[in-house]
Design a protein around this ligand. Sequence first.
Ligand SMILES: [Fe+2]
Length: 202
Amino acid sequence: MHGTDLKQRRAEVIAEAMDDIRNIETSHGVTREGVESIRDRLIQLSAHRELFTFDAFPAPENDDSSRRRGILYRISQDPDDRFALYMNSTDGEVSTPAHNHTTWAVVVGLEGQELNRFYERTVDGRVEVVGEHMVEDGTGVAMLPDDLHSIHLSTRSLNFHCYGLALERLAEREYYDAEADTWKIFPAGGNIAEARPDLELC
Ligand SMILES: [Fe+2]
């Protein structure tokens, strides 16, 4: 497929998926069933492998000048910042502490492996691991706003990350700092690059 055709096709399939995802949230609300349906719709989107490649979404250069090992390419977001879809492209060690999202969140794999660990809060205010899922080609995880997870990557990987609200609007995500033995707040945002195909085509 020609480069322009690829971009056009990518824009179409992303728009179709996000339309369906808005409808899923409307019909199911923010429920376990709803977020799992959103995950399944993103797994369908991930099947368009030729549209979601490292060529289109390169990982950061793995050199000494940059400590960043991942980029979140924003590929869809509503004008009110709801329904944000990112392509997370990583090359190297990326790990987060246990955290919530304060909105629903879905991760779906395309390339490589992203280990997701799930946690519950303990009575003494810490966290304990209650499960894990290796997100890889054609699989995913779905979380409600209060669910806690951490992600761990050690190889080159491409994954969809989709949130009910854009990351730069999430100013109250909590994470457990194990070293300091306390909960802290993630700064809103992340290493985000603008890559919405509808904006590129304008
Ligand atoms: Fe997360």
